[in-house]
Ligand binder design. Sequence first.
Ligand SMILES: [Zn+2]
Length: 242
Amino acid sequence: MAGVLDDADIARVLSITAHPDDVDFGAAGTIARWTDAGIEVTYCLVTDGDAGGLDEDFPRAGMPALRRAEQIAAAKCVGVTDVRFLGYPDGRVEATLDLRRDLARVIRQVRPDRVVCPSPERNYARMGASHPDHRAVGSAALDAVYPDARNPFALPELRQREGLAPWKVREVWIAGSPSPDHFVDVTATFGRKIAALRAHESQTGHADDLEERIRGWLTRSAALAGLPEGRLAEAFQVLDTA
Ligand SMILES: [Zn+2]
């Protein structure tokens, strides 16, 4: 792994995910550390998670608004107030040129130093992390980082019609990667990560073992990182995209 940029050199981070709750499962403990350090973090969600929820009696038409509200509440738990939704249909996301343009637009608007996104690779050990929407969003996000957002001659409409100048993201952190190579100790922010996950009431309200399950994952990541027993870590694969 090449050197990871020092957080002190990072002003803005953009998290790109497919569904409400993805960022909270994968990265909320790390994001709480960043916002505590004064880094501005923006969330961009490709779908509203309208295929989610477990309550058959809840009217499906109300699901997008509910899940947006849950994500906005979860974001507050870790110091994030800028939450943007692209409104793609849940369960049908493909890495199209339209999605790349929509993500490149947000990158040019936010001008992040670092982007967090899902993996375009299937992780055979973790079905949930490899949801097809996650893989499509990971692929489109990486394409938006390179070349779309930075190439002045790519997607010229973003510049001509919207006045959005090219922007080079310096680093990408992939959450849910089959090959993690960077670990963040989130022991101190674990409680806020759990609070963020519980804010997704329609998804996690039934899960009595939520905290225990997440603690298990983060304990395994901490062990991979060689951290002392009792520590908790989130895992990423970091790409130098400068
Ligand atoms: Zn998801």
